[in-house]
Design a protein around this ligand. Structure first.
Ligand code: 5GP
Length: 191
């Protein structure tokens, strides 16, 4: 997605060889038009998969997941990292290792929001080692529903997540694929 790549080049900051900071449009401040266009791209690619629900993980997955769900005309569900007092009873729980915080978190989804006939499109902001996407996919499986695709805004292809998701048989669309972040420079894989 050309407009996304241009935004990464102009506003992204390489924090280290493994981490990119994009707080000005994806992870803190949000660019509404760019996020809307991401939704269009995901929806167009997965439009024949009969998606019934878009699933993501709070908080940075929510904006692109929402615009994708809007475009597909289906609900969006986000997994919660904290289990609120109001979330009682039937909850799916999975343990996910957080790349940015380097700790294991529990993620929670109310059982009433996933059913056996759901066809789920997972959306997330970044793909590093695949923990978040695989954790969400594991809950979808526990619920007896089906993952029909995974959409990622920024894939760091030099980390192992992309390969893990493809090896597991998932149809993955990444809107920007980064080959390297070395020398404080973003290098993309050209499509
Ligand atoms: P994974 O679970 O694939 O190892 O990592 C993906 C998750 O970690 C994403 O949900 C994202 O929040 C965070 N993440 C991974 N790499 C980066 C990065 O380079 N920059 C930022 N801002 N977040 C990242």
């Amino acid at each position: 997605m050309q407009s996304l790549k241009e935004k990464i080049i102009s506003e992204g900051r390489v924090i280290s060889d493994g981490v990119l900071k994009v707080d000005s449009f994806l992870n803190h401040q949000i660019d509404p038009q760019l996020t809307f266009d991401m939704g269009k791209e995901f929806a167009s690619y997965f439009k024949n998969k009969n998606v019934t629900k878009v699933l993501t993980l709070e908080s940075s997955g929510i904006p692109p997941a929402l615009t994708t769900a809007m475009e597909l005309g289906v609900p969006m569900v986000f997994a919660k990292k904290q289990k609120p007092m109001t979330m009682k009873g039937d909850v799916w729980v999975e343990r996910v290792f957080s790349f940015t915080k380097q700790i294991e978190n529990e993620i929670h989804i109310g059982k009433s929001f996933l059913s056996t006939d759901d066809k789920v499109l997972i959306i997330d902001d970044f793909l590093a080692h695949g923990e978040a996407a695989l954790g969400l996919a594991s809950i979808v499986k526990q619920a007896g529903a089906e993952v029909v695709g995974i959409g990622i805004v920024i894939e760091k292809s030099f980390q192992e997540g992309g390969r893990k998701l493809k090896d597991a048989g998932f149809d993955v669309l990444s809107l920007a694929r980064i080959k390297s972040l070395t020398n404080h420079t973003v290098e993309f894989i050209e499509d």
